[in-house]
Design a protein around this ligand. Structure first.
Ligand code: PGA
Length: 255
Protein backbone atom coordinates (compact mmCIF):
# COMPACT_ATOMS: atom_id res chain seq x y z
CA UNK A 1 0.00 0.00 0.00
CA UNK A 2 1.21 3.45 -0.85
CA UNK A 3 1.81 5.27 2.42
CA UNK A 4 0.81 8.51 0.73
CA UNK A 5 -2.74 7.20 0.44
CA UNK A 6 -3.07 7.07 4.21
CA UNK A 7 -3.87 10.17 6.12
CA UNK A 8 -0.98 11.34 8.27
CA UNK A 9 -2.20 12.80 11.53
CA UNK A 10 -0.27 14.83 14.06
CA UNK A 11 -2.23 15.15 17.29
CA UNK A 12 -1.22 17.02 20.40
CA UNK A 13 -2.14 15.40 23.69
CA UNK A 14 -2.07 18.25 26.15
CA UNK A 15 -2.81 16.00 29.16
CA UNK A 16 -3.53 18.08 32.30
CA UNK A 17 -1.96 21.28 31.01
CA UNK A 18 -3.26 24.76 30.11
CA UNK A 19 -6.22 26.73 31.38
CA UNK A 20 -8.86 27.87 28.84
CA UNK A 21 -7.11 31.24 28.51
CA UNK A 22 -3.74 29.59 28.00
CA UNK A 23 -5.29 27.15 25.52
CA UNK A 24 -6.53 30.04 23.40
CA UNK A 25 -3.09 31.65 23.48
CA UNK A 26 -1.30 28.45 22.50
CA UNK A 27 -3.72 27.65 19.68
CA UNK A 28 -3.46 31.22 18.39
CA UNK A 29 0.30 30.73 18.27
CA UNK A 30 0.10 27.32 16.59
CA UNK A 31 -2.55 28.15 13.96
CA UNK A 32 -0.47 30.36 11.61
CA UNK A 33 2.51 27.98 11.87
CA UNK A 34 0.52 24.97 10.65
CA UNK A 35 -1.83 26.72 8.22
CA UNK A 36 -0.23 25.09 5.17
CA UNK A 37 0.08 21.60 6.69
CA UNK A 38 -0.30 18.66 4.37
CA UNK A 39 -1.46 16.37 7.16
CA UNK A 40 -4.29 16.46 9.64
CA UNK A 41 -3.59 18.57 12.74
CA UNK A 42 -5.41 17.93 16.00
CA UNK A 43 -5.18 19.30 19.52
CA UNK A 44 -6.60 17.05 22.25
CA UNK A 45 -7.17 19.26 25.26
CA UNK A 46 -8.63 19.06 28.80
CA UNK A 47 -12.43 19.08 28.98
CA UNK A 48 -12.74 22.62 30.32
CA UNK A 49 -10.54 23.93 27.49
CA UNK A 50 -12.64 22.37 24.72
CA UNK A 51 -15.07 25.26 24.17
CA UNK A 52 -12.27 27.83 24.11
CA UNK A 53 -10.20 25.61 21.81
CA UNK A 54 -13.06 25.17 19.35
CA UNK A 55 -13.65 28.92 19.33
CA UNK A 56 -9.93 29.66 18.84
CA UNK A 57 -9.58 27.24 15.93
CA UNK A 58 -12.66 28.32 13.95
CA UNK A 59 -11.61 28.95 10.36
CA UNK A 60 -8.27 27.14 10.84
CA UNK A 61 -7.19 23.63 9.83
CA UNK A 62 -6.80 22.51 13.47
CA UNK A 63 -9.33 20.00 14.75
CA UNK A 64 -10.13 19.53 18.41
CA UNK A 65 -10.21 16.34 20.44
CA UNK A 66 -11.01 15.40 24.03
CA UNK A 67 -8.79 13.20 26.19
CA UNK A 68 -11.45 10.67 27.21
CA UNK A 69 -15.20 10.05 27.19
CA UNK A 70 -17.65 7.76 28.97
CA UNK A 71 -19.67 5.04 27.24
CA UNK A 72 -23.06 5.84 28.76
CA UNK A 73 -25.26 8.53 27.23
CA UNK A 74 -25.98 10.03 30.65
CA UNK A 75 -26.46 8.96 34.23
CA UNK A 76 -24.89 8.54 37.63
CA UNK A 77 -21.22 8.67 36.66
CA UNK A 78 -19.84 11.54 38.72
CA UNK A 79 -16.93 13.26 37.05
CA UNK A 80 -17.41 11.65 33.65
CA UNK A 81 -18.23 13.25 30.28
CA UNK A 82 -20.52 11.72 27.65
CA UNK A 83 -19.98 11.57 23.91
CA UNK A 84 -23.06 13.76 23.35
CA UNK A 85 -21.57 16.51 25.50
CA UNK A 86 -18.51 16.46 23.26
CA UNK A 87 -20.20 16.30 19.87
CA UNK A 88 -22.66 19.05 20.71
CA UNK A 89 -19.84 21.57 21.09
CA UNK A 90 -18.00 20.42 17.97
CA UNK A 91 -15.38 18.00 19.28
CA UNK A 92 -14.28 15.58 16.52
CA UNK A 93 -11.68 13.30 18.10
CA UNK A 94 -11.17 11.60 21.44
CA UNK A 95 -8.07 9.95 22.91
CA UNK A 96 -8.99 6.61 24.49
CA UNK A 97 -7.00 4.09 26.49
CA UNK A 98 -4.01 6.34 27.03
CA UNK A 99 -1.46 4.54 29.20
CA UNK A 100 -1.85 7.19 31.90
CA UNK A 101 -5.57 6.32 32.10
CA UNK A 102 -4.67 2.63 32.21
CA UNK A 103 -1.92 3.12 34.83
CA UNK A 104 -3.46 5.70 37.16
CA UNK A 105 -7.21 5.41 36.65
CA UNK A 106 -7.86 1.70 36.31
CA UNK A 107 -8.71 1.76 32.63
CA UNK A 108 -8.87 -1.76 31.18
CA UNK A 109 -9.19 -3.11 27.67
CA UNK A 110 -12.84 -3.74 28.42
CA UNK A 111 -13.55 -0.11 29.34
CA UNK A 112 -11.43 1.14 26.44
CA UNK A 113 -13.56 -1.02 24.16
CA UNK A 114 -16.81 0.33 25.64
CA UNK A 115 -15.61 3.90 25.24
CA UNK A 116 -14.43 3.21 21.69
CA UNK A 117 -17.78 1.74 20.66
CA UNK A 118 -19.66 4.64 22.23
CA UNK A 119 -17.40 7.23 20.60
CA UNK A 120 -17.86 5.66 17.17
CA UNK A 121 -21.62 5.43 17.60
CA UNK A 122 -21.68 9.14 18.42
CA UNK A 123 -19.63 10.06 15.35
CA UNK A 124 -16.44 10.84 17.28
CA UNK A 125 -13.13 9.56 15.91
CA UNK A 126 -11.28 7.65 18.63
CA UNK A 127 -7.49 7.69 18.87
CA UNK A 128 -7.03 4.34 20.58
CA UNK A 129 -3.72 4.04 22.43
CA UNK A 130 -1.85 0.78 22.83
CA UNK A 131 1.65 0.04 24.03
CA UNK A 132 3.80 -2.25 26.13
CA UNK A 133 5.45 -1.61 29.49
CA UNK A 134 9.25 -1.69 29.69
CA UNK A 135 9.03 -4.96 31.66
CA UNK A 136 6.89 -6.50 28.95
CA UNK A 137 9.38 -5.47 26.27
CA UNK A 138 12.25 -6.90 28.31
CA UNK A 139 10.33 -10.17 28.65
CA UNK A 140 9.92 -10.22 24.90
CA UNK A 141 6.13 -10.19 24.92
CA UNK A 142 5.57 -6.86 23.15
CA UNK A 143 3.72 -8.51 20.28
CA UNK A 144 1.50 -10.55 22.60
CA UNK A 145 0.59 -7.45 24.59
CA UNK A 146 -0.16 -5.38 21.50
CA UNK A 147 -2.14 -8.17 19.78
CA UNK A 148 -4.29 -8.56 22.90
CA UNK A 149 -4.92 -4.82 23.21
CA UNK A 150 -5.83 -4.46 19.54
CA UNK A 151 -8.17 -7.43 19.66
CA UNK A 152 -9.92 -6.40 22.88
CA UNK A 153 -9.98 -2.63 22.40
CA UNK A 154 -11.51 -3.03 18.93
CA UNK A 155 -13.82 -5.91 19.87
CA UNK A 156 -17.08 -5.62 17.93
CA UNK A 157 -15.87 -2.58 15.97
CA UNK A 158 -17.10 -3.08 12.41
CA UNK A 159 -15.01 -2.68 9.27
CA UNK A 160 -17.08 0.39 8.44
CA UNK A 161 -16.41 1.87 11.89
CA UNK A 162 -12.70 1.06 11.62
CA UNK A 163 -12.44 3.77 8.94
CA UNK A 164 -12.89 6.32 11.72
CA UNK A 165 -10.43 4.75 14.15
CA UNK A 166 -6.89 6.01 14.63
CA UNK A 167 -4.42 3.81 16.50
CA UNK A 168 -1.58 5.32 18.50
CA UNK A 169 1.32 3.02 19.33
CA UNK A 170 2.80 4.42 22.50
CA UNK A 171 5.42 2.27 24.23
CA UNK A 172 4.81 3.15 27.88
CA UNK A 173 8.54 3.35 28.59
CA UNK A 174 8.88 6.14 26.02
CA UNK A 175 6.12 8.43 27.30
CA UNK A 176 7.37 11.58 28.96
CA UNK A 177 10.70 9.94 29.63
CA UNK A 178 12.76 11.45 26.84
CA UNK A 179 13.41 7.87 25.68
CA UNK A 180 12.06 7.58 22.16
CA UNK A 181 11.65 4.25 20.48
CA UNK A 182 14.05 4.13 17.57
CA UNK A 183 12.41 4.63 14.21
CA UNK A 184 13.00 0.94 13.51
CA UNK A 185 11.35 -0.12 16.79
CA UNK A 186 8.36 2.12 16.04
CA UNK A 187 8.08 0.78 12.51
CA UNK A 188 8.32 -2.81 13.69
CA UNK A 189 5.40 -2.50 16.10
CA UNK A 190 3.28 -0.25 13.83
CA UNK A 191 3.71 -2.85 11.05
CA UNK A 192 2.74 -5.56 13.53
CA UNK A 193 -0.40 -3.60 14.46
CA UNK A 194 -1.31 -3.33 10.78
CA UNK A 195 -0.80 -7.06 10.35
CA UNK A 196 -3.13 -7.69 13.30
CA UNK A 197 -5.75 -5.42 11.75
CA UNK A 198 -5.39 -7.34 8.49
CA UNK A 199 -6.05 -10.58 10.39
CA UNK A 200 -9.06 -9.17 12.24
CA UNK A 201 -10.51 -7.37 9.19
CA UNK A 202 -8.68 -7.59 5.87
CA UNK A 203 -5.61 -6.10 4.21
CA UNK A 204 -7.44 -3.22 2.52
CA UNK A 205 -9.11 -2.17 5.75
CA UNK A 206 -5.78 -2.44 7.60
CA UNK A 207 -3.92 -0.45 4.96
CA UNK A 208 -6.32 2.47 5.35
CA UNK A 209 -5.87 2.86 9.13
CA UNK A 210 -3.72 5.71 10.39
CA UNK A 211 -1.25 4.34 12.95
CA UNK A 212 0.59 6.98 14.92
CA UNK A 213 3.69 6.68 17.05
CA UNK A 214 3.76 8.42 20.43
CA UNK A 215 6.37 8.69 23.15
CA UNK A 216 8.86 11.56 23.39
CA UNK A 217 8.34 12.44 19.74
CA UNK A 218 9.77 15.90 19.10
CA UNK A 219 11.04 18.30 16.48
CA UNK A 220 14.40 16.49 16.44
CA UNK A 221 13.20 12.92 15.82
CA UNK A 222 9.87 13.38 14.01
CA UNK A 223 11.39 13.38 10.53
CA UNK A 224 12.91 9.94 10.89
CA UNK A 225 9.92 8.44 12.68
CA UNK A 226 7.30 9.57 10.17
CA UNK A 227 9.49 8.54 7.24
CA UNK A 228 8.79 4.91 8.17
CA UNK A 229 6.27 3.05 6.04
CA UNK A 230 3.83 2.18 8.81
CA UNK A 231 4.22 5.27 10.99
CA UNK A 232 1.49 7.66 9.88
CA UNK A 233 2.10 10.55 12.19
CA UNK A 234 2.30 11.03 15.92
CA UNK A 235 0.55 11.59 19.21
CA UNK A 236 2.61 14.28 20.86
CA UNK A 237 2.65 15.08 24.58
CA UNK A 238 5.31 17.45 25.88
CA UNK A 239 6.32 18.91 22.51
CA UNK A 240 2.70 19.77 21.67
CA UNK A 241 2.76 22.46 24.37
CA UNK A 242 5.38 24.51 22.53
CA UNK A 243 3.99 26.06 19.34
CA UNK A 244 7.26 26.01 17.37
CA UNK A 245 8.08 22.42 18.30
CA UNK A 246 4.58 21.17 17.48
CA UNK A 247 4.64 23.06 14.17
CA UNK A 248 8.01 21.51 13.27
CA UNK A 249 6.55 18.03 13.82
CA UNK A 250 3.54 18.92 11.64
CA UNK A 251 6.00 20.06 8.98
CA UNK A 252 7.90 16.78 9.16
CA UNK A 253 4.65 14.86 8.60
CA UNK A 254 3.67 17.11 5.70
CA UNK A 255 6.58 16.08 3.48
P1 PGA B 1 5.20 12.56 25.34
O1 PGA B 1 3.71 11.99 25.52
O2 PGA B 1 5.30 13.06 23.93
O3 PGA B 1 5.31 13.66 26.36
O4 PGA B 1 6.13 11.43 25.61
C1 PGA B 1 3.08 11.27 24.50
C2 PGA B 1 1.73 10.84 24.95
O5 PGA B 1 1.59 10.49 26.13
O6 PGA B 1 0.75 10.85 24.17
Amino acid sequence: MDKAKRKAIIAGNWKMNKTPKEATELLNAIAPLVADADCEVIACVPYVDLAAAIEATKGTNIKIGAENCHWAASGAFTGEISTGMLTEIGVEYVVLGHSERRQYFGETDETVNKRTKAALAAGLKPIVCVGELLWERECNITEEVIARQIKLDLWDVTEEELKNVVIAYEPVWAIGTGKTATADQAEEVCAFIRAQLAKLYNQDAADAVTIQYGGSMNDGNADELVSKTNVDGGLIGGASLVAEKFAAIVKAASK
